[in-house]
Write a protein that binds this ligand. Structure first.
Ligand SMILES: [Zn+2]
Ligand SMILES: [Zn+2]
Length: 236
């Protein structure tokens, strides 16, 4: 159509679509062919290795002058005070690819999605907080602008760890809910792992996030009714 009254195109349409897709899936697939490449030939899976002050890393690591377990491949960095950064590519300890972060630090739940380049946020990120979604534009780690995008209808708050998450992306492949199995005793020590609350408040166990109110999908109920009917059950 050669009309002049074309609706104004959103210059960020593609960016928004790609960030929206990113929110709806896990930050990485650990068995992706990508990690079979030569670059990651010496990288091995390690769990909860110290990486930085009060931080642990779980994912692929290899030995470098920076440490015996330097992040290299997919993985998640977790801070004891309630911050996590899951990135699909770490190179010699530095985030360098698409990923996401989530935080409950200082009682504020927020999370974001985008791409790190040589450890710095670069290009467009989505920021989710206080029920809203924003688009942020970064240039090698420096925030250039932040604009309103949309109301957040995707995220929910985990009733166990308090992190924001997207139920669609909360699958058993990657478990980002961190918690202690038991409550701290009178010494402030967790019986589950022996850690002091002051040292590791976040937890020794991981699992999937917990949805506050699990609504059974209507389709499943209908499907069950259909199956019951097909089997001739419930017909008295
Ligand atoms: Zn959780
Ligand atoms: Zn524990």
């Amino acid at each position: 159509m050669a009309g002049d009254a074309k609706p104004k195109e959103d210059p960020l349409r593609e960016i928004k679509a790609s960030l929206d897709r990113q929110m709806r899936c896990q930050p990485y697939e650990r068995f992706d062919k990508f990690y079979e490449g030569e670059e990651f030939a010496d990288a091995l899976f390690t769990e909860l290795v110290p990486w930085g002050k009060d931080q642990t890393f779980t994912g692929l690591t290899h030995g470098t002058p920076k440490g015996a377990h330097t992040p290299h491949g997919w993985g998640v960095l977790e801070h004891h005070e309630g911050f996590m950064q899951a990135c699909s590519v770490w190179l010699d300890g530095v985030a360098d690819g698409p990923g996401m972060w989530a935080s409950t630090m200082n009682g504020v739940e927020q999370c974001g999605y985008g791409t790190w380049v040589q450890g710095k946020r670069h290009g467009y990120f989505a920021l989710v907080k206080e029920g809203g979604t924003y688009i942020e534009e970064y240039e090698t780690g420096e925030l250039k602008r932040r604009i309103k995008w949309r109301k957040d209808k995707l995220h929910t708050k985990c009733s166990r760890c308090g992190m924001l998450f997207v139920p669609l992306a909360n699958t058993a492949e990657e478990k980002f809910c961190r918690y202690h199995i038991s409550k701290p005793d009178y010494d402030g020590r967790y019986p589950c792992c022996g850690a002091l609350h002051a040292v590791n408040p976040r937890g020794c166990a991981t699992s999937m996030h917990v949805e506050p109110l699990p609504d059974p999908p209507k389709d499943a109920v209908d499907g069950l009714a259909d199956a019951t009917a097909a089997l001739g059950l419930g017909a008295g």
